[in-house]
Design a binder for this molecule. Structure first.
Ligand code: ZN
Length: 521
């Protein structure tokens, strides 16, 4: 863990710009040339000046040059990009880019793919693609002409469709076929004369909220059809039609060749700049294969080794109480058939970051950190479960977090901005899950007989910014079993039967949560 961390630090201070060739990337918005932004190539990836590009796209930008970070905001979304990482935070979630963000001087460059992320396209309600070295922003169309193919016995027209558009088609008279696409957005009107004996001409026109396809058939067009094939719409007319391409033999996405010759558009298009159609960016998701494996739970006995945690004369130290109860919890969950891992099973020091890293490497489905509380106020007592949030529920919760985070002082690692960033990637997506988990644990510790520590229904669940919970890619909670500073709690915390009950209570809460969420039967 440390080595990787220092590698990151080293990378941070290296001049990152040396290996990159400087260049320019043109930007086209709705067919208009909007000038260029500076760009560079790195390992086959084009990186563009984030600030300049975002501004051209109408975004707002906050640049923190010293921190090598930039925040980009578009309507309804924000993104934080940081050199030298490929992970971008978008609306509190992490998204990986194909290459690292690079900082040079006062500029921050990101792979051009950042601007093509579905989140950005959705925020701008535009289709954004990178075509022939230019960033192309277009109307969020759902239908576009792709190309025509004139064969011996038929003519074929290919149309791009986003999703499966519905349509109706009919033969209006001997020579005219019309199809209507309700709700479709046409990339641009097209009118083409083929002047052969199968298709004389055809047009695609946006009419309000519908798109109309009109085909004038030639004298040898005995038959025609309009069908969805290989994810495209295909119109064929001729003397002998080819067999439709079955959807089962669907071609891989890269074979959906949307490259078209600009001359195809020339007839009815007066915009000076011709650009090829973008790739269909919103592809249907690949089937999700659910891996059948046991639920993995990581139990984290707080503190350890040189870090004793909360102490009180004449009592066990926090690190020892945490380990004892964690082992009871471990045994309980093992008996239930789960895969369980302890972040430490003896009196050793483990860094806070190392604990969450361990959980992620183990691919934990759930993380529970076990602690014992302490307060200056002797009357403070009771059991509490915390989940992580940037905002503490109250001043006391913040103080508990501050105390537990003190373990940082024992760590030699120097916490720089890179580390801060890794923390800020904390998965807020798990906040909701974590709060539910906290609820189940609270209820079952409350129900478990023989513990003898107060579980208050109104404030036993609290949120605060615990370092150890940050960055865990799973629902994660921190349990404070009781107050070592309270004579009453302290007696129970040191009681062997109560310790086992505490482990069982937490374990039952975990099982109840997993059942309630449908993760186990
Ligand atoms: Zn602690």
């Amino acid at each position: 863990m440390k080595r990787a961390f220092f590698a990151l630090l080293a990378a941070l201070f290296l001049p990152a710009c040396l290996a990159h060739a400087q260049g320019k990337t043109d930007i086209y918005i709705l067919g208009k040339d909007k000038g260029s932004v500076s760009s560079m190539q790195a390992g086959g990836v084009t990186l563009v000046d984030v600030r300049a590009t975002a501004k051209k796209l109408g975004g707002s930008v906050e640049l923190y040059a010293a921190a090598k970070q930039i925040k980009v905001a578009f309507p309804g979304m924000y993104a934080i990009l940081s050199a030298p990482l490929r992970e971008v935070i978008i609306n509190a979630q992490t998204v990986s880019l194909p290459a690292e963000v690079v900082a040079t001087g006062s500029k921050i460059y990101a792979p051009v793919q950042f601007f093509m992320l579905p989140q950005v396209q959705k925020a701008l309600d535009r289709q954004i693609s990178f075509e022939k070295g230019a960033l192309v922003v277009e109307k969020n169309f759902t239908l576009a002409f792709v190309d025509k193919e004139q064969q011996k016995s038929y003519d074929r027209l290919r149309l791009f469709q986003k999703g499966n558009l519905s349509f109706t088609s009919e033969q209006k008279n001997k020579h005219t076929v019309e199809a209507n696409f309700p709700g479709a957005v046409l990339k641009r009107n097209v009118s083409l004369r083929l002047k052969d004996d199968f298709v004389r001409s055809f047009s695609l026109t946006q009419r309000g909220k519908d798109v109309l396809l009109k085909v004038i058939l030639g004298k040898n067009a005995k038959n025609w059809r309009l069908t969805q094939e290989k994810g495209e719409l295909v119109f064929v007319a001729g003397s002998a039609l080819p067999a439709p391409v079955s959807a089962v033999e669907e071609a891989p996405a890269e074979e959906l060749d949307l490259d078209m010759s600009p001359s195809v558009f020339a007839e009815e298009d007066d915009t000076p700049v011709m650009r090829p159609a973008p790739q269909p960016v919103l592809k249907s998701g690949a089937p999700v294969i659910v891996e059948k494996r046991k639920i993995r739970i990581v139990i984290d006995p707080g503190h350890g080794g040189k870090d004793p945690g909360a102490t009180r004369r004449g009592s066990s130290q926090e690190k020892t109480l945490n380990l004892t109860v964690s082992k009871h919890l471990y045994n309980y969950l093992k008996k239930q058939g789960f895969d369980v891992k302890l972040t430490r099973d003896n009196d050793t020091f483990v860094t806070l970051a190392g604990r969450s890293k361990m959980a992620n490497e183990y691919k934990a489905d759930l993380f529970v950190s076990v602690h014992t509380n302490a307060a200056k106020r002797a009357a403070a007592n009771g059991f509490e479960v915390y989940f992580r949030s940037d905002k503490a529920t109250d001043k006391e919760a913040a103080e508990v977090a501050a105390f537990e985070n003190e373990a940082l002082q024992y760590e030699e690692a120097h916490y720089s901005f890179v580390d801060m960033l890794l923390e800020s990637m904390a998965k807020n997506e798990f906040m909701n899950e974590s709060s539910k988990l906290a609820g189940h644990i609270r209820n079952y510790v409350y129900k478990e007989p023989g513990i003898g520590i107060a579980v208050r229904q109104n404030n036993a669940i609290r949120q605060a910014n615990f370092y150890v919970l940050r960055g865990v890619k799973a629902p994660a909670v921190l349990v404070e079993m009781g107050y070592i500073s309270s004579a009453k709690d302290r007696a129970r915390l040191n009681n062997k039967a109560a310790q086992k009950r505490m482990g069982d209570g937490i374990g039952k809460g975990i099982v109840s949560y997993l059942k309630a969420e449908g993760k186990i039967k």
